[in-house]
Design a protein around this ligand. Structure first.
Ligand code: URP
Ligand code: ZN
Ligand code: ZN
Length: 488
């Protein structure tokens, strides 16, 4: 009879703060000893020459979600979480999506029913609020937050999802009083619609016009306005998928004033540009997401935003649609850029691509890599320290990373159900060979060992204690744990 369920020996442990050589003992799904200790495991893994990282947390994913236009994601909770696990991610936060007219209790119940029998890793939900009726605000939102869905998402664009400024204020007020964090898709709806109608009217329908019409100014204007609303309501906001230097500057200035404004960027804004949308025929649709990929200057601004702490989290915004009439191209060959299903896949490649381009190039230390791919997600969304770190008492969610493993990306190596990857042909250096979720080895040398439905729902408490309310709170003025600059 061994002392522990599992011991990982001889690895280099990397957390957001430290890098150190240590063995890790795991029992009952938890890390129970770290460093040098006596005792053996029922199973032992030799991690010589490997890095042992906290499993990734992807806090922006669309899984088995029905779009407002009625298109179902290509990934269900099984294919998405399997794909996540292969790429070293051990927690997803995806959306339970209210569309107008839907009742939130029913929406949340439906997403629980979808996820519970299929997920192979732990998961949580954010709640998309598209219809903030008086009953929703008074009863349904507080109940959903009480039920562990402690973050909300609002859209400032998309005909069928968007809320107006007053509605944003109403939702922020409820979020504030119940300790929820509100995420916002910030683009100016009128600017995009006006541009799109003119451009299509002139007969320009190809995917590349998607990038033209989602103007950079539409992002900056909406972020600016949102920050004013957040300041008025004195409620924190996290702006998702930020893509432009102008948008990042808005967040930087707000944070410098002590406002509780957080930001996220995604692989598509670091690794793609609008040129990718400009391919023959409709091929560019594979790269259409909102906001669109921009240019080299914007890529640099996103890197800089991550490095100086303006943007705290790097998420995939995995929005999986197949490249056919069931997904990307609802009107087949006649699909104009206005009808293309929005979003790109990225759940499995999020970590290896950032490791390759960030750590491999020397832009990021391994600690910074862990911080923006795992630890900050756990802190901001109320999962820390259960998730997002390697410490005694934390869940044994780990990615044992081979920093030297080299491979070329092909779509058939990816385990999602999308059928293509926007990143085909790129070379990677660094890949998670072995992945653990609550102490179970769910990926072992490229083989899945995870039962459907083993993933657990992560009930998150209201975030009031995590994000103090009030601009005069000193921790917030100093940006505390949530905005500690990575560099400078
Ligand atoms: O196109 C993107 N970014 N994702 C899917 C829809 C959304 O905006 O959430
Ligand atoms: Zn969005
Ligand atoms: Zn999204």
């Amino acid at each position: 009879m061994a002392d522990f369920d599992l011991v990982i020996r001889n690895g280099t442990v990397v957390t957001a703060e430290h890098t150190f050589d240590a063995d890790i003992a795991i029992s009952d799904g938890l890390i129970v000893a770290l460093g040098k200790f006596t005792g053996t495991g029922d199973r032992e893994i030799d991690a010589t020459s490997k890095l042992v990282l906290p499993g990734g947390i992807d806090s922006h994913t669309h899984i088995e979600q029905l779009s407002a236009a009625g298109v179902m994601n290509a990934d269900d909770f099984h294919s998405a979480t399997v794909s996540a696990a292969f790429g070293g991610t051990t927690t997803t936060i995806s959306f339970a999506a209210q569309h107008r007219g839907m009742q939130i209790p029913q929406v949340v119940a439906e997403y629980h029913e979808r996820a519970a029998p299929k997920a192979v890793i732990d998961y949580a939900f954010h709640l998309i609020v598209a219809d903030p009726t008086p009953e929703t605000l008074a009863d349904h939102l507080p109940s959903a937050i009480e039920g562990g869905v402690a973050s909300l998402k609002l859209y400032m664009t998309y005909d069928r999802l968007m809320v107006d400024d007053r509605q944003i204020l109403e939702v922020l007020t409820v979020a504030r009083s119940h300790g929820a964090l509100t995420m916002v898709h910030a683009e100016n709806h009128g600017m995009i619609g006006w541009m799109s109608d003119r451009v299509v009217g002139d007969g320009n329908t190809l995917p590349r016009y998607h990038a033209v019409c989602h103007t950079r100014g539409a992002e900056a204007e909406a972020i600016h306005r949102l920050i004013a609303l957040s300041e008025l309501a004195d409620a924190p906001v996290l702006i998702v998928h930020v893509s432009t230097p102008e948008g990042i500057d808005q967040i930087r200035q707000a944070r410098a004033r002590g406002l509780k404004v957080y930001g996220e960027t995604c692989p598509q804004y670091l690794f793609l540009t609008s040129d990718d949308l400009d391919r023959g025929g409709l091929d560019g649709a594979m790269f259409c997401c909102s906001p669109p990929p921009r240019d080299a200057v914007s890529q640099e601004a996103c890197w800089e935003g991550l490095l100086d702490g303006t943007l705290q989290v790097y998420s995939s915004d995995h929005a999986p649609f197949r490249f056919d009439a069931s997904g990307k191209l609802p009107n087949g060959a006649q699909t104009t850029f206005k009808e293309i299903a929005n979003g790109v896949p990225g759940l499995e490649l999020r970590l290896p691509m950032l490791y390759t381009e960030g750590v491999g190039s020397g832009r990021l230390t391994p600690n910074q890599f862990v911080d923006i791919t795992s630890t900050q997600h756990a802190r901001i969304y109320g999962l820390y320290p259960k998730k997002g770190t390697i410490a005694v008492g934390s869940d044994a969610d780990l990615a044992i990373w081979d920093p030297e493993r080299e491979l070329e990306i092909t779509h058939d190596m990816i385990h999602d159900n999308v059928g293509y990857t926007p990143y085909a042909g790129r070379r990677l250096r660094g890949w998670p060979d072995t992945v653990l979720s609550r102490g179970d080895v769910i990926i072992d040398d490229g083989v899945l060992h995870a039962e459907r439905g083993r993933g657990r729902f992560l009930h998150r408490g209201g975030l009031a204690s995590a994000i103090p309310l009030g601009r005069d709170v000193p921790e917030i003025r100093q940006m505390g744990a949530w905005g500690t600059p990575l560099r400078r």
